[in-house]
Design a protein around this ligand. Structure first.
Ligand SMILES: Cc1cc2nc3c(=O)[nH]c(=O)nc-3n(C[C@H](O)[C@H](O)[C@H](O)COP(=O)(O)OP(=O)(O)OC[C@H]3O[C@@H](n4cnc5c(N)ncnc54)[C@H](O)[C@@H]3O)c2cc1C
Length: 389
């Protein structure tokens, strides 16, 4: 054996798994296709569930998160030109979300891994995985070989790990949505203290933030939209239209756009999440549409379950955790899939059909008027406890 656990991919799933295993004295090697510079600057998620913050804090990688993260206790749902606050913490037993960029979590975990002296190889793409034997070929043309007791496929949606499971051993559930998100980062102070999710006849819009002087805004676009067709002025104009309040009291703060991109919206689950010596975690096994802010958090939940299973396996040869890993994770995955689909269906312009639009308005009205409905949103949004799903 070259290592006990070979981890393919240094995104949030792979890095947190390496961190948790390192604390248990379990030997692992992390292989990452890209450079350190690239992964530390890849802009993606930014909303951390309470459970994600708790695990990072408990395991000593949250000093900067505690200093710089912005704790939010509510969100706004905006529709029909009016805003309605959903008091997340009041409804969900005091739990909250924290706004802190995914790339910052990645930076903190890389620093912890390198400080601990653990092997983490950048620009070392895995080319092939043998799930039965636990062998990973990597590097230029697959010239190097890593032999492992367990391989953790944490290489995201486009990685090689999922493809290492024979097609007849894997069931895939998938839905593509007829829209995408155009996201921008801008040098502008947030226009609101909390995130604003907007349902508008022209389509969904979201106002979010990364710091006291950086805003993150998203708007629904067609899936094949060309980013070049959206100069900054046009993006701001459309965002202002969608997010306006009927009484004219709201305007988004505008500023220099320094990052923009279009992300597709997809739901995807591959079952089971284990085959032979290979386990899948995070986006390698499932994707959720971003409306529920769950992708990163789901990756974290997977590796928390996996780290416990591997700890029992290497300490006592107890395989029960590994045997039930897939089933335990999938319960949460499907809960989160449902929540993400529900938020997406409630807030986006779907087909433009008037009947559908009336149903959406009725659902939104109910969520902001009924404590039971608002609680359902709140407890899913801040994240259910690992034990509850
Ligand atoms: C544009 C975009 C915006 C998003 N916005 C949000 C959001 O607002 N909220 C939210 O909750 N989620 C969001 N997500 C989802 C969230 O970012 C992911 O769910 C999260 O990154 C999953 O982490 P992961 O570690 O499983 O996968 P990843 O972060 O994808 O990490 C996988 C790693 O594996 C590496 N890799 C790939 N192939 C190989 C290989 N062959 N060998 C070695 N390494 C390999 C990759 O370079 C990468 O570093 C967004 C995703 C995208 C793409």
């Amino acid at each position: 054996m070259d290592t006990q656990v070979g981890i393919v991919g240094a995104g949030p799933a792979g890095l947190l798994l390496a961190h948790l295993l390192g604390r248990e004295g379990i030997d692992c090697v992390v292989l990452e296709a890209r450079s350190r510079e690239y992964v530390e600057h890849r802009v993606r998620a930014g909303v951390l569930e309470q459970g994600t913050v708790d695990v990072l804090t408990r395991t000593g990688v949250a000093d900067r998160l505690q200093r710089e993260g912005m704790v939010h206790r509510g969100i706004e749902l905006r529709f029909g030109g009016e805003g309605h606050r959903v008091a997340l913490s009041d409804l969900a037993g005091g739990r909250a979300i924290t706004v802190y960029g995914q790339q910052e979590v990645v930076k903190d975990l890389i620093a912890a891994r390198l400080d601990a002296g653990g092997p983490l190889e950048f620009e070392a793409p895995a080319t092939e995985i043998d799930a039965e034997r636990g062998v990973v070929r990597y590097g230029d043309g697959g010239s190097d070989e890593l032999r492992c007791a367990i391989v953790a496929g944490c290489d995201g949606f486009h990685g090689v790990a999922r493809a290492a499971v024979p097609a007849d051993a894997l069931t895939v559930y998938e839905r593509e949505y007829p829209f995408a998100w155009l996201g921008i980062l801008a040098r502008a102070a947030p226009s609101s203290e909390e995130l604003i999710y907007t349902h508008h006849e022209r389509g969904f819009a979201l106002h979010s933030m990364r710091s006291a002087d950086v805003t993150r805004n998203y708007r629904q676009v067609a899936p094949g939209e060309d980013i070049e067709a959206w100069p900054d002025e046009r993006i701001w104009e459309e965002l202002q239209t969608r997010m306006a309040l009927a009484d004219g009291s709201f305007a988004l703060n505008e500023g220099e756009v320094f990052e923009k991109g279009i992300a597709p919206m997809r739901s995807f689950v591959a079952e089971p999440m284990r085959h032979g010596r290979l386990v899948l975690a995070g986006d390698a096994a499932h994707i959720v549409p971003a409306t529920g802010a769950k992708g990163l958090n789901l990756a974290v939940a997977d590796v928390r379950v996996l780290a416990r299973a591997l700890s029992a396996y290497f300490a006592h040869g107890d395989e029960s955790g590994l045997d039930t890993y897939s089933e335990r994770c999938l319960r949460r995955v499907w809960r989160v899939q449902h929540f993400s689909w529900w938020m997406t269906a409630m807030l986006h312009r779907l087909t433009g059909d008037a009947f559908e639009a009336r149903l959406q308005r009725s659902q939104l009205d109910y969520v902001v008027r009924s404590r039971a409905a608002a609680t359902t949103l709140a407890e899913n949004y801040v994240g259910l406890e690992l034990e509850d799903v």
